[in-house]
Design a protein. Sequence first.
Length: 369
Amino acid sequence: MRTMRVIISGGGTGGHIFPAIAIANAIKLRHADAEILFVGAEDRMEMTRVPAAGYKIVGLPVAGFNRKNLLKNIPVLKKLATSLLKARKVVKTFRPDIAIGVGGYASGPLLKIASRNGIPTLIQEQNSYAGVTNKLLAVKAARICVAYEGMEKFFPKDKIVLTGNPCRQDLQSDTSLEEAMRFFELNPMKKTILVIGGSLGARTINQSILMNLKLLADSGIQIIWQAGERYQHEIALGLDTKGATSDIHLHDFIDRMDLAYKAADLVISRAGASSISELSLLGKATILVPSPNVAEDHQTKNAQALVDHDAAVMVKDADAIENLIPTAVRVIKDDSVLKMLSSNIKAMALPDSANRIVDEIEKIVSKKA
């Protein structure tokens, strides 16, 4: 096969960036000479994370639509028009064999322009409920890689391939539980909850912990708490004021997520598709708190897909301050429930997802050639 040229569009959050980079890495492992270009949204996380992973990226001035105030979308439409023009120039200059959309604001303009120019496209839909943009792009897509069964209600059945969501390759390290305990300065005699609200944190989850510090202290449970950079200072002050114990281990961001997952008996997380894929792959007992601030409420649908298989516990965001920590304490103290949740979520994992997606990429590119 001649040198493969691939454009990948994915970003906005870690949940889109990490799978996109995982796909790029899997392509490179098979095709060392492949040329890969990322297209992202200006001023978003991908503009720094992608170069750090060793790939070039071009930014588009695209932004999300405001669904509550339509008048505020006038500047958004102008940015979209500019983004389409820039995407057309990128496609014309780079001449890709395939364009891949992994979600994020830039995927729409890029895949639309690629399709117009006869470039085959592949969509990687991470969620159990497809978004509006991907449903529109699916009409022209050559392949749609999904992580959940039953997606034919959103996409043409003959285009769907069940691949799962690619995860960060560094999560399945050979580190021991003892090493993880030492790294976070944890007591090996106590059970551990890992709290992750996403790369930017989650206000409701954070407040739920702050409002229930006494219950946590009385339970004898220790916490690894990724609060998010925007909330770190506020929470640190709150912990000082309330006289929190040494069992609270606060972080703005956790670089060694492999060790954090290894140490955790129970994880509290938002219900983003990437997070769920990681938790499934690692078989972690989990309480999901879906974010209410996402399109089509897709995080609730992601969480419900696990709850229906007794593979996770769900606490609604609106109920979290009152119910989250009591539920977590109850779950973590019941070894039979922990074992059930771990076993059932592990059974839902689709390992080696990045390579499954590269299989589809190769088929499309070979057919085009």
